[in-house]
Design a protein around this ligand. Sequence first.
Ligand SMILES: [Mn+2]
Length: 434
Amino acid sequence: MSSGLAIRDTAKKAVSLISKHKFARIYAHYDADGIAGGAIVAKALLRAGKDFQISFLKGLNDFEPENDELLIFVDMGSGYSEKISSINSDVIILDHHKPDGEIKPKKTLVHVNPHLFGIDGTYEISASGVAYIFARELGDNKDLASIAILGAIGDKQKLVGLNKEILIEGIEAKCLEVRPGISLPSGKLSKSLSMSLEPYLDFYGKEEELKEFLRKLGIEDKEVDDLSLREMQRLGDAITLRLLKLGAYEGVFEQIIGKRIVVKNLLVKNSSSLVDIINSCGRIGATSTAFSILLGDEKALREGVEIEEKFKREILEELLKRRRDVKEGFCIRYLVMDDAPSTSPIATVFSRYLMPDKPLVVLNIKKDGEVKVSARTTEKLARRLDLAEVMRLSAIRVKGVGGGHRVAAGANIKRENIEEFLKEVDRICCAMLA
Ligand SMILES: [Mn+2]
């Protein structure tokens, strides 16, 4: 790798800290990036002859650390400086979330995060990419590049900067391939188009519209992965038109149209499908299924495919139902839901495909009165606005916690504070966008 020397040096320090331990406890975030990063660290440790235990967490708010061991945090940790400072063990953080303050470690800390080295952690490297950089320093692990790229796709990143370097290493190691085409999940064309969340094409529940689309397209309803290059091009043009009509954010086009990424050494070769499966498993709490799939477990894959189908249907139903519940603030839109299956995919689809002109804040009131907040915006708006800061500051105001990335952030607050929280979010967004 040519760039990112400083981050690689820090990864080397993480490797020398590992050498002092026989066992590590890994805590990884429960989304595709976190699970991919966790799988990379686990595989690299296995190959290095280290024992480990891995758990997947939604965050560190209720985290009670175990002492006297080595703890490795993946896709988490940077935004919890106080929590990490309270840990009485050696700690490695492999993360790309914005650091929320200085960590004052009790023992040895190695903090590997692109933000600390002036590298863009929102688009140019994800936690699984950071985990990959660490794994490369630990041993001959170039074949894990495909898993690293899955995490980047899961976090809607771009394949530029360090991501691009990882992609190239993966191509050289023959575990990755970039083919011309469109990034769509596997399956019959009609099903793929109506079930896809990335891109979201708004065909779900609209059979007639979909039929008409396919008729005009003049391509028979065959497997997406078997389409010829010419068919892919025609489909690409039609999808572009469809997205323009929906009012989708222009940044999605370059991510969807033109290429598809094949992860050659994993159980599912279509990267778009595999990311969906991993994400769906993570969201419903089947994290060990997702993890096992990345480790090559066929039985886990069969479970994962079923989970994905069910989860996506739920989300697609929610998207249809909730569209009219989205409310207008001054500078934001918001949606309050009661115990919905998941907020983040809903927030992502609305903010990227259906209403990209304002930041969107989705609140999900859990049965215990806790509210999980997901805020999303486009890269274009994020040039002027930092949702990680918006969430952090607004949450503090109501004694909650918040943080994340410029384009995708979250918070946890209490039900009784929703109104005050939203007011604060709207106020700060207006101030940043002014
Ligand atoms: Mn991530």
